[in-house]
Design a protein around this ligand. Structure first.
Ligand code: 2NL
Length: 335
């Protein structure tokens, strides 16, 4: 017994890991362990010696168990220390940068325009990019021989379908639904067979607006667009309406705003003019209303169309439209 005890304690003392310790536990205290075997020999011992013998075995077991627990705790704490050393984190290192993207200036300008018109009670309605000839041209009073309909200018998909050249079609769909009054803007991608240069691209974005109600006049159009210009370019912005022609509006106008850089004095931004053209607009042509089933004697309306890229380039002073299409993150992050 003494030998077993001493040997066990010596083995525990030199155990180099939790696994070795467990092996000792099995070989000494386990079912077939040395101490357990001795306990089984109890039956061969004279009755009067049994209590002293049992006591001895129990003392030895207690001593071995205590030594094991002590070593186990030491080994565990050593292992933990080692692990902590291995997993050391240098909190003074610069953090890894998460490479976040950035909203496109076109998106920022669009959301700004949407915010302004939503604030005036408009709905935002999107339509299909692939449209019937009827919705893109005919319903807007654009005659079959109009130059815009030339295959040189419009991407056709077969005879009757095309890539929309304006978002007006979305508005015609709404007019046809006959829920009046209408107060809407329709933003979206439009297509024209242009070569890419500093101010043109075969696909760009437009925001069109349409209001139809009883007793709508040109004064409503002027007030609305003046408010839009002020919110977009600054409170001191003034607007100027120049007579123009569109097939879908009568009368029609192009709208200039005072240059937000020089406030009208003339500078590089406005090419010395003091004014910058931002959109086209007019009173909806009675025939356009009629074609969509609206009685022009009862209802009138105004409409306008804005090029989103142009707004973004003006607002953020971007001098070349290529930047808007290249999506270089170093460019995008400036806005
Ligand atoms: C431009 C400016 C414009 C409209 C778009 C429109 C839409 C309907 C009815 C009448 Cl449903 N008009 N849109 C009106 C005036 C101008 O866009 O420079 N276009 C070539």
């Amino acid at each position: 017994m003494q030998k077993i005890r001493e040997e066990a304690l010596a083995r525990i003392g030199s155990a180099d890991g939790l696994e070795a310790l467990n092996e000792i536990k099995v070989s000494v205290l386990g079912k077939k362990g040395e101490l357990t075997q001795i306990m089984k020999s109890m039956k061969d011992i004279p009755k009067e010696e049994k209590p002293a013998f049992g006591q001895m075995v129990n003392d030895a077991r207690g001593e071995i168990e205590a030594a094991m627990e002590k070593t186990r705790a030491e080994l565990a704490s050593k292992a933990r220390e080692l692990q902590l050393k291995r997993e050391v984190i240098d909190v003074t290192l610069p953090a890894k940068k998460n490479n976040l993207g950035h909203r496109h200036p076109g998106t920022i300008a669009l959301e700004e325009c949407e915010r302004i018109f939503i604030g005036m009670g408009y709905e935002v309605v999107e339509g299909p990019e692939i449209e019937k000839d009827y919705y893109n041209f005919e319903a807007l009073n654009i005659p079959a021989d109009h130059p815009a309909k030339d295959e040189q200018d419009t991407f056709y998909i077969g005879n009757d379908m095309l890539l929309r050249t304006q978002t007006s079609g979305a508005q015609v769909h709404v007019m046809e639904q006959q829920k009046l009054p209408i107060r809407m803007i329709s933003p979206g991608r439009v297509f024209r067979a242009d070569e890419l240069d500093a101010t043109h691209s075969p696909n760009f974005h437009q925001i069109e607006g349409l209001v139809i109600d009883k007793d709508i006049t040109f004064a409503d159009l002027k007030g609305t667009l003046a408010e839009f210009a002020k919110q977009l370019f600054g409170e001191d912005t003034r607007v100027k309406f120049r007579p123009h022609h569109f097939p879908f509006t009568e009368p029609s106008a192009e709208v200039d705003v005072t240059c937000f850089k020089c406030h009208g004095a003339g500078c590089r931004m406005c090419k010395g003019e003091g004014w910058i053209e931002i959109l086209g607009c007019g009173m909806v042509h009675p025939h356009v209303l009629e074609m969509s089933g609206i009685d022009p004697e009862e209802y009138q309306g105004f409409a306008f169309g804005v090029g989103l890229e142009r707004i973004a380039m003006l607002k953020y002073e971007i001098d070349d439209m290529h930047h808007l299409y290249e999506n270089d993150i170093r460019f995008l992050k400036q806005f």
